[in-house]
Design a protein around this ligand. Structure first.
Ligand code: BDP
Length: 720
């Protein structure tokens, strides 16, 4: 009842003119003053703050509440030592707060990072406690409490109990030491390596706050295509300076390690993981790292993939490579995140099969402090892929999910594509590894195979960051939602992407229902739209070579076949699609039997994966009754139409958004519409050049000739 009353009051809450122009820099932590009536109601539940400031994390939590409530409610919250009035907030741990110790709350099972938020009475006064076992839990609780206010929820009768489902919740920065961000569309790297460690840009603290607000607890600072220099003393000092800024916010620093570092910076002749000198070198390196960064998280490694060095260079396995580093880090409690994104030059087979082929035989051979980090799909962060067949196939090995937040294959920074539904689709996918209900989430949170003897309890999720030096951090306002959604799902993979979108919209823009509902609707439809205008019905990897900008389905050149679109679509006069069934590469057999059968059967495969798993004639009958060709054209057009709809929706919402952000989103949607049309038209023109088929009735022909689309070139597209 009460909650409903609050929500209806909120319906009239509207955007308040900001003290300074909004440029997105404050992300979802804007803390702009809410409407007076509403603020008054909240003030009754936020009348004083009792919180320790004995540690940097306690200070961070207290400052955040003061800043947040001060901004949102437009009043300074008096701090005191005891509860003297209704509406007090008491925050801390049993160790930091005598009041919390006295309450005897049941904190046993919230874990080191969890918290409770509860409405209680203290000394006869209505009080909210934010209680945790460790300081970091209280900080997370503070952000949760603020989120309740930011999203207009009631503060009465609170009974929240939260703890993260995954242990490592990590951002992977693909940032080079020269400031370039690989696949970055938000400007240069935020790490100013040159001025570190002496100059600490205030952005580092803002970054840490934003991540802590989501529960992200790790940051891999440098690119997986790494430079061994990152492990030299000079760069370790720089990383240590960042670790110092992040520490109060519960974020540990990790580094990407180049496997051949013993040669490049150690002067050894080999990097063979079984060589005693190499082993000694890594042990000494780990000791050195931990002397400089005592709470260092560990190493991320891309090995024997796309030209990176690795154990296979010496005839050793991925497990032998990972264990080398794991043994060096183990005495210090460090973790190795060993990537499964591998495909070799020599292997002529289907690239989608290679990670499984190489890693499944290694199940059970990795040390306890190794996580194998697996991309969500078997190819490469495409607009839609079936979940990676490794999930569920390595019961003795903890697998860590790797999602891409930066939109390398989904329109860079200008396309509005909310990735929550993509993440959710993968996490909820059923692997059938141990019968029905064996979801990918259960694989990565360890619950599916927790009973496997000797299995380590490590769990984690990684997101390839979309953060750069742009004022708005992510290259566009809506791309902030992807950072946000990633973080929230890493904390709790069962959250719904729609609920996350709604939270984010309320915090980032407005609580006005007339704004929230249409914008959440746009976001939720946006992922399906991009699938339709770029790669409908299971098509994949059709983008421009190298930079990955725009459509290039005709591209057949370059150094390797499996980097070309023609390798993936296999279209000709008669049909289109990659046959991964038993008559083709048989990749579908890497899935558990019920799924393998479904994917392998052209009549039963979900249509969204039809051309991923099957090569079919252009007149293949679709469930809509249309022939495939007509359906394909229909999907392309539908994708473009969805973007037009998003534009119209956004145009109608200018009353609820500040002019600056509204204008930028509008301009980007216009770019997205043009580029969606380009994807549609170029793709259709190319397919027609192969199949010679007429367009279905009512479908507009491409605006230009195929030759025109083929003549376009973008040598300076960003992120390459
Ligand atoms: C691909 C990117 C490339 C990355 C690679 C990876 O195009 O820049 O280095 O993934 O994940 O998608 O290692």
């Amino acid at each position: 009842m009460l909650a409903a009353a609050f929500l209806s009051v909120l319906a009239v809450m509207s955007w308040m003119p900001a003290a300074h122009a909004e440029d997105g820099h404050e992300l979802w932590l804007r803390y702009r003053q809410i409407e007076t009536v509403q603020a008054n109601a909240y003030r009754a539940d936020a009348s004083q703050l009792i919180a320790g400031q004995g540690t940097p994390t306690q200070v961070a939590a207290r400052d955040e509440l003061l800043r947040g409530l001060g901004g949102l409610l437009g009043a300074t919250l008096p701090a005191s030592d005891s509860v003297t009035r209704d509406g007090a907030i008491v925050m801390g741990t049993a160790a930091s707060s005598p009041l919390i110790a006295r309450l005897g709350l049941d904190l046993d099972d919230v874990g080191a990072e969890g918290y409770l938020i509860r409405s209680v009475a203290i000394d006869g006064h209505r009080t909210t406690v934010i209680a945790a076992r460790e300081d970091i839990g209280a900080l997370y609780g503070a952000f949760h409490f603020l989120r309740l206010v930011q999203t207009g929820q009631s503060l009465a009768k609170l009974d929240v109990r939260e703890s993260p489902r995954l242990k490592l919740r990590v951002l992977n920065h693909w940032d080079n030491l020269d400031g370039h961000v690989e696949r970055g569309y938000a400007g240069a790297s935020i790490w100013d390596w040159h001025k570190l460690p002496d100059y600490l840009d205030p952005r580092y603290t803002e970054y840490a706050r934003a991540n802590a607000s989501l529960g992200i607890n790790g940051s891999v600072l440098n690119n997986v295509n790494s430079n061994a220099l990152s492990l030299t003393p000079m760069y370790l000092q720089k990383a240590a300076a960042l670790a110092g800024v992040f520490r109060p916010y519960g974020i540990r620093v990790f580094l990407s390690a180049r496997f051949s570092a013993p040669i490049e910076i150690g002067g050894l002749k080999t990097a063979d993981p079984l060589d005693p000198e190499v082993r000694r070198w890594w042990r000494a390196k780990a000791d050195e790292i931990y002397r400089i960064i005592p709470d260092f998280g560990g190493l991320l490694v891309k090995a024997n993939s796309e030209g990176q060095p690795g154990p296979q260079d010496y005839g050793r396995t991925h497990a032998e490579g990972a264990n080398l580093l794991a043994d060096a880090l183990a005495p210090h409690g460090g973790t190795v995140m060993w990537r499964a994104f591998v495909y070799s030059d020599e292997e002529p087979d289907d690239r989608a099969k290679q990670a499984y082929t190489e890693f499944v035989p290694l199940d059970g051979k990795f040390r306890d402090n190794v996580l194998v980090q697996v991309k969500n799909g078997a190819i490469d962060f495409q607009p839609r892929e079936p979940f990676h067949p490794l999930f569920g196939a390595m019961p003795k090995t903890p697998l860590m999910m790797e999602f891409q937040i930066t939109k390398e294959y989904l329109g860079f920074a200008t396309h509005l594509v909310y990735l929550g539904p993509l993440y959710e689709e993968t996490l909820r996918a059923d692997t059938y590894a141990r019968g029905k209900g064996s979801t990918v989430t259960k694989v990565i949170d360890g619950s599916l195979d927790g009973d496997v003897p000797g299995r380590s309890g490590l769990t984690g999720m990684a997101g390839v960051a979309n953060i750069g030096a742009d004022r708005n951090w992510s290259g566009s306002h809506f791309d902030q939602a992807n950072w946000y959604a990633y973080g929230r799902l890493a904390w709790n993979p069962d959250l719904s992407s729609r609920a996350i979108a709604e939270e984010w919209v309320r915090m980032t823009f407005s609580n006005d229902e007339r704004f929230v509902a249409p914008v959440v609707g746009m976001m939720m439809d946006s992922r399906e739209a991009v699938v339709d205008y770029m790669t409908p019905l299971g098509l994949h990897h059709l983008m421009g070579r190298g930079h990955h900008y725009g459509p290039m389905p005709w591209d057949a050149g370059g150094p390797r076949a499996d980097w070309t679109p023609v390798y993936y679509h296999r279209a000709d006069k008669n049909g289109i699609g990659f046959d991964r069934s038993a008559t083709g590469s048989n990749a579908d057999a890497q899935y558990a039997p019920p799924l393998a059968e479904q994917f392998g059967d052209v009549e039963r495969v979900p249509e969204q994966f039809l051309l991923w798993f099957h090569h079919v004639p252009w007149d293949h009958r679709m469930r809509s009754g249309r022939p495939l060709w007509d359906e394909l054209v229909h999907r392309y057009t539908h994708g473009v139409d969805e973007v037009k709809k998003m534009r119209a929706t956004w145009d109608g919402l200018s009353a609820y958004v500040d002019a600056g952000r509204h204008a930028q989103v509008s301009a980007f949607l216009a770019i997205q519409q043009d580029e969606a049309q380009w994807w549609r038209d170029a793709s259709i023109a190319y397919w027609q050049s192969l199949n010679g088929l007429p367009l279905p009735q009512g479908q507009a022909p491409p605006a230009h000739t195929l030759g025109y689309y083929q003549s376009l070139s973008f040598p300076h597209a960003p992120g390459n």
